[in-house]
Design a protein. Structure first.
Length: 309
């Protein structure tokens, strides 16, 4: 098993849970286990789940906890090698060619070697991630991979299996120490098996009510206990309704923060109606909850909390 500089700070599953908790990320044991194994085995970690459940945050927190640079490749439709991996500084190369011609340089091989050198190479996120120093290899976040196409996925296979990339004019660039790679997907489409096989996999689900309450207590310190419990119970019930987009934990935190800023102590129909835009992001969902269905949810939440008290 290869040695890894982060192991002293992540020497067990429990230490991973504690490490993430110190930076306000409450990880369940199954997630902490796969993070621990990804660090020990130096394998990419593929996190899949609904938007807003905390997949991206895992990479951000790991970078802080392990004191590593965070390099983020935000994926989108049409992402290509020039934007993600590298490109050449063409204006500077053209200037070099003209200066060489003006000075009478006729050795084309030498000129080609000069213009396709490190000096003119522009490193994009993938190359930056492979250029970390031993002991300080970055956390490399490939965020929302499902937004790209299969051609870009195929390109990443070399990066994720061998931690290297081949540049035709320059050669192969291999990481001195593998970066800590976190790949996320919202599952808007299926990612190919060939890429998943190179990674450890974990499905990040919505948190339980107890976990969500603990997260809000930690993330929104000014939110009073009664309001926190009502928010969690309300959001948990919303996720059982067939909405266009269920609220994630990120939206729960935003809603708790908004209600705290408004000095609210409890949920009521008017407050919910005025602030639903922080919780739901589609007008169809907002209109549905602002109607009678939202009032029914609130009534059920209050009855549930009263019975539990």
């Amino acid at each position: 098993m290869p040695e890894s500089a982060e192991l002293p700070r992540a020497e067990s599953i429990d230490s991973v849970i504690e490490l993430l908790s110190q930076h306000d990320y409450l990880a369940g044991r199954s997630l902490a286990t796969v993070v621990f194994l990804a660090l020990r085995m130096q394998r990419p970690l593929f996190l899949e789940g609904e938007a807003g459940v905390g997949k991206t945050e895992v990479a951000k927190v790991l970078a802080k906890a392990l004191d590593r640079p965070l390099i983020r490749l935000q994926c989108y439709e049409g992402l290509d090698v020039a934007s993600a991996v590298y490109e050449w500084n063409y204006p500077a190369q053209m200037l070099e060619i003209r200066m060489a011609e003006a000075s009478g340089v006729s050795d084309r091989g030498r000129l080609e070697g000069d213009i396709f050198s490190e000096r003119y190479l522009i490193r994009r996120p993938v190359l930056q991630a492979l250029s970390g120093e031993p002991g300080k290899a970055p956390v490399f976040l490939i965020d929302e991979l499902d937004r790209t196409d299969e051609a870009f996925e195929a390109f990443l296979l070399e990066v994720l299996s061998d931690f290297q990339v081949t540049i035709p004019e320059f050669g192969t660039v291999k990481a001195a120490e593998p970066p800590i790679v976190i790949v996320t997907s919202n599952r808007t489409r299926e990612v190919h098996d060939a890429l998943k096989r190179r990674c450890l996999y974990h499905w990040v689900d919505y948190p339980s009510a107890a976990d969500e309450l603990a997260i809000i207590r930690r993330k929104v310190a000014g939110c009073n206990e009664q309001l926190s419990r009502q928010i969690v119970a309300y959001v948990q019930r919303l996720r059982t309704i067939d909405l266009f987009k269920n609220p994630g934990i990120a939206e729960s935190i935003d809603w708790a923060t908004a209600l705290t800023e408004l000095d609210r102590l409890a949920l009521d129909p008017e407050t919910i109606g005025d602030t639903l835009g922080t919780l739901l992001k589609y007008q169809e969902d907002i209109a549905r909850i602002q109607g009678g269905e939202g009032q029914a949810v609130l009534a059920a939440v209050k009855a549930e909390l009263l019975a539990a008290s």
